[in-house]
Design a protein around this ligand. Sequence first.
Ligand code: AMP
Length: 213
Amino acid sequence: MNVVLMGPPGAGKGTQARELAVKYGIPQLSTGDMLRAAVKAGSPVGLKAKAAMESGGLVSDEIVVGIIADRITEADCAKGFILDGFPRTVAQAESLAEMLKSRSLKIDHVIDITADTEALVARITGRSTCAKCGEGYHDTHKKPKKAGACDKCGGELTRRADDNEETVRNRLSVYHKQTAPVIEFYRGGGTFKAVDGMEKMDKVFAALCRILG
Ligand code: AMP
C-alpha cells in the first residue's frame, strides 16, 4: 500500500506517519527527516539543502525527487510506503507519478490533514522531539514530566532549527503558494480524502485508519 500524507507544516503528518508505519508495517519516508540527516552528516545533498531549509523555503525538486527515487527501491519498501512531506510541488507530484508508473506501482491513498494556520504557528513553535526515540512533546499540550527529558526513554529533547516563528510563517506561506496546488492535482483522482487535523491526535489516527482499512 502506497500512501501520500499531505498537510501544512505542523498538521501532524510526521507523528501520524510514524504511528501508521508501525500499524501497517510499511516505512515512513519523510524527506524532511532525510534532509535533516544529510545536513547533520554534511553530505553534498545536505550542503545544498541547508540554506533553503534554514529559511523555510523548499529544497530543489531535483534533489528531493532523487532522494525519493532511490529510497523507494530499497527492500523495506517492497510492501509499500508512507510519503510524509513529499510531494510538495506539482512538479514533484508529476515526477512521483512517472517513477511509480515505470515500476508498475501506483498511489493507493492521498490524505490531506487539514489545519488552521494560526493554530499551526502555536503548535510548531512549542514543539520538541526526543533525539533518541522520536517521541514528540509540546510546551503547553504535552509537557515532559522532567524538563528537557523524554518520559519514555530519558533521551534529550531537541527543537528543530526551523521551528521559530519567522521561519514557520515563511514555511506556511510556501505551503500555500507551492504545496496547496498539489492537493488540486490529486483531488478528484479517486484516491484523495481529507481528515480534520485540528482533532485530538488519537481521533486523527482513527480517521486515517478508517480510510486505509
Ligand atoms: P518537514 O520536516 O517536512 O517540515 O521539512 C523540513 C524542510 O525540509 C522544509 O521546510 C524544506 O526546506 C525541506 N523539504 C522537506 N521536504 C521537501 C520537499 N518535498 N521538497 C522541497 N523541500 C523539502
